[in-house]
Design a protein around this ligand. Structure first.
Ligand code: SF4
Length: 416
């Protein structure tokens, strides 16, 4: 039986004696089935949600029960997993905004914790069990000697050792995708931005880089990574910066410096896609792939979440178009929120976008944001009958677009 996990006021988490675990989407409650669940992946965290009252399913009366006097629990899952149902709760009147995490429904099943999620990418590049932090520390010292005064090294050291960024850790371990942060500024103001929050109610999880590195500083890091790594990727646009296209001139020069020396490796940019002309120049300089982030395929909901300044949703679409025309590999970082992403109207528009622009890959990354506040920000609450299911829409896309890649991480392209 699928049992509800709850917390008492002291924070002790335990399973309920008989209520079943429930998932939530857009404020609606769903009885969970075994097929909705995966065993809680290693490196997940389970925590209680303050001022959120848990909801469980009573099998005798076949009704949803609100368990006053307790706290709801949720799981935060490691990279590579996409949440399909949020934790089920009612907010009490004193509830404050939840911090910037995703909140998967978590239950006890067959004697162990399970979460409502799917493994969307088998790649283990961010798996904390495979990251030897003492080797990272050793290589930080070694890289400081190799790179001398390059200001990106102390910046990436902080990312790797203070903020636990797996891309920065992998850079110091000579593997996978190396981060190339460049931009202290952004032209959007996303509700859930992890690198900048102007108000006092939410904390950014990682501060932005405070300087724009030179083209030489960037290219030295990139060339070193490309020379020393199997299937190397180097990526502009990281969690520790603003929007990289705003540093387009220096990025363009650095790509040219890299491509003057080597044709090896995948040069990628993670971006909001706001400046199509800059995107065009970067591909001309030698960019290989682009990952454009959006929470919605519909302008109105994109705008309500991103709060774009001096650009609009149509610019994002133009960047996608230009990237494809230039022969780039285009991924969409589709910021996924159960209840919105799988609503029928959203899915219809998303499918149109994939078809129209021949998108190469969808990265199903969880939108780390309070799952009730999100719908209030969007001013939308889809009805229960409008929700198709995250698993179901992914399955439907696989069927309709057999060549579309699904995953979580930027792939190394076979371009060498
Ligand atoms: S586009 Fe990225 S850096 Fe800019 S506000 Fe949104 S999340 Fe933050």
């Amino acid at each position: 039986m699928i049992r509800l996990l709850i917390s008492d006021k002291s924070g002790r988490i335990y399973k309920h004696s008989h209520l079943e675990g429930v998932g939530m989407k857009a404020g609606h409650f769903f009885r969970l089935k075994p097929t909705d669940l995966i065993k809680l992946p290693p490196a997940s965290s389970v925590f209680m949600l303050p001022h959120r009252i848990p909801v469980g399913f009573e099998p005798l009366t076949k009704s949803m029960i609100v368990l006053d006097g307790h706290n709801a629990c949720a799981a935060f899952l490691p990279p590579g997993y996409t949440v399909t149902y949020n934790a089920a709760f009612k907010e009490d009147p004193s509830s404050k905004i939840l911090p910037l995490f995703s909140y998967a429904a978590v239950v006890s099943y067959k004697g162990s914790p399970h979460a409502a999620a799917i493994r969307i990418d088998p790649d283990r590049r961010h798996d904390s069990m495979l990251i030897d932090i003492s080797a990272v520390r050793k290589n930080v010292k070694r890289f400081k000697k190799i790179f001398g005064r390059n200001r990106l090294i102390p910046h990436l050291e902080r990312c790797a050792l203070v903020y636990g960024c797996p891309n920065a850790q992998n850079f110091f371990l000579n593997r996978h995708e190396a981060p190339l942060p460049t931009s202290p500024a952004c032209n959007a103001s996303c509700a859930g931005c992890i690198s900048y929050q102007s108000g006092k109610t939410i904390c950014a999880t990682q501060p932005r880089i405070k300087f724009v590195p030179t083209a030489e500083e960037i290219s030295n890091i990139a060339l070193f990574h490309i020379d020393n790594v199997k299937d190397p990727i180097v990526s502009f646009g990281q969690g520790c910066e603003g929007e990289p296209l705003l540093a387009g001139d220096v990025i363009e020069r650095s790509i040219r410096l890299i491509r003057d020396k080597t044709s090896k490796g995948t040069i990628n940019i993670n971006t909001n896609g706001s400046l199509p002309e800059t995107v065009s120049r970067l591909f001309d300089a030698g960019l290989d792939s682009i990952r454009i982030s959006l929470n919605s395929a519909r302008k109105i909901y994109y705008t309500r979440y991103y709060n774009p300044k001096n650009y609009c949703f149509e610019d994002v679409l133009r960047s996608i178009k230009i990237s494809k025309e230039k022969g780039g590999f285009v991924s969409l970082n589709y910021l996924t929120m159960p209840g919105f992403t799988d609503s029928k109207d959203e899915f219809l528009e998303f499918k149109k976008l994939i078809r129209l622009y021949c998108i190469d890959m969808v990265q199903w990354r969880n939108l780390n944001y309070d799952p009730m506040l999100y719908f209030r920000k969007l001013k939308l609450m889809p009805g229960k009958e409008e929700l198709a299911g995250i698993k179901e829409i992914i399955k439907s896309l696989r069927k309709d677009f057999p060549r579309l890649r699904m995953g979580y991480f930027n792939p190394a392209l076979l371009i060498n």
